[in-house]
Design a protein around this ligand. Structure first.
Ligand SMILES: O=C(O)c1ccccc1NCC(=O)[C@H](O)[C@H](O)COP(=O)(O)O
Length: 233
């Protein structure tokens, strides 16, 4: 599974679909974010993602109001939600009740190798999280699209504290597959989530980079096929 984050136009989605991505991350509720979408834009792009026949949209958000998120997801017909900030387990639980069929992805942030949410991991699992996304936070506290690499031993240490499937993020590139081989070999590893490594030097989504990610990480689809099933693991 390959998710690429921060699509803002139908042309971005066409690039991702043709280059082998399975999920497109669409931002809403990320104040000041360069890929921030209005609710109407989110709905239109989610429809465009579905129309590709291969891409599933993921709502990526810092928002913590479960009722607002559930309404947004229903309105945009998105069934994958990625809680990318420090939303508490109670938000996951409320979303689980509001959207029983959705795939709820909670980000776990590693800063200086330490998982910021470590004491809450079990609570997130009990609340109804489907999938964890391991990502990096920078020394100065930035989160999301940091391009900062995650070390394999630190990722595995967090994974050992969980029981759920997980996606891997944090400066992932085609060339980091060998360095992260032990993480990719984990039985609960389900795929990668990339922003920086899928872009050209001007910050545009870049088909050759996406193709290289899909090829190197072994997520490439057979030509003409759509991903099967949901991403719950
Ligand atoms: O992508 C962003 O800029 C972003 C901003 C705010 C919240 C979340 C954001 N991205 C979420 C993602 O899922 C990224 O793909 C993930 O952080 C990995 O990014 P990178 O390290 O640049 O590959």
């Amino acid at each position: 599974m390959l998710k690429v984050c921060g699509a803002t136009t139908p042309s971005d989605l066409a690039t991702l679909a043709a280059a082998g991505a399975d999920h497109a991350g669409l931002w809403h509720g990320v104040p000041g974010g360069p890929a921030e979408l209005t609710a109407d834009e989110l709905t239109a792009l989610a429809a465009a993602a579905h129309a590709t026949g291969v891409l599933r949209p993921v709502l990526v958000t810092f928002l913590g109001d479960a009722a607002e998120l559930a309404a947004l997801a229903r309105g945009a017909r998105i069934d994958h939600l990625q809680l990318h900030a420090y939303q508490p387990p109670s938000t996951v639980a409320a979303l689980r009740r509001a959207l029983p069929g959705a795939v709820l992805i909670k980000v776990l942030h590693l800063r200086d190798g330490r998982c910021q949410e470590r004491p809450l991991i079990r609570a997130y699992e009990r609340a109804g999280t489907d999938l964890f996304l391991l990502d990096t936070a920078t020394d100065d506290g930035r989160i999301g699209s940091t391009g900062t690499p995650l070390a394999a031993p630190e990722a595995l240490d967090v994974v050992a504290r969980t029981t759920l499937p997980f996606w891997l993020a944090g400066g992932v590139r085609a060339g980091s597959r060998a360095r992260l081989a032990t993480v990719a070999a984990h039985p609960r590893f389900r795929g990668i989530d990339v922003d920086t490594g899928a872009r050209d030097p001007h910050g545009r989504l870049h088909a050759p980079a996406v193709r290289a990610l899909a090829r190197t990480w072994g997520t490439a689809r057979a030509p003409g096929t759509a991903p099967t099933g949901r991403s719950r693991g």
